[in-house]
Design a protein around this ligand. Sequence first.
Ligand SMILES: [Fe+2]
Length: 153
Amino acid sequence: MGRLKELRKYVDARINEMTDADKRTSAIAHLYGVSLAATMIAKKRGLDPEIASMAAMLHDLHAYKTGSYDNHAHLGADLAREILNELKLTDEDETELICSAIYHHDDKLVTDSPMDEVLKDADVIHHCMNDLSKDIKEKEQARYVNLCAEFGM
Ligand SMILES: [Fe+2]
């Protein structure tokens, strides 16, 4: 089994522990949606799509696990590190890339490393394009405009 598939199996099991069916569906849709967007963005920018996709699969897991978004990016990076250390799917550098992307993913108004930016942009794509009838959050507007330009949309 490929390592992305193995990580998804682990994440699916964690999400399936959520008791609220609607929240469970939203969590799965969001993680897989961001994962697909991250793959596309990373490929377009010449970065590792598999690492981008793995970061996306883990990025909001802390919030889903605890039901709280308080400091979820920083706490989520710690949780991702624990999971990656346990699953042994990544080397040290890859673990750093993934945890850094998760750590910074809520800082939508600043620019961080290229892989950090892939996860932020993938998160924004899913927030904005999952339902086009919904308003775009102010802090995501500039990124969304730039992404539409980058992808010729
Ligand atoms: Fe997210």
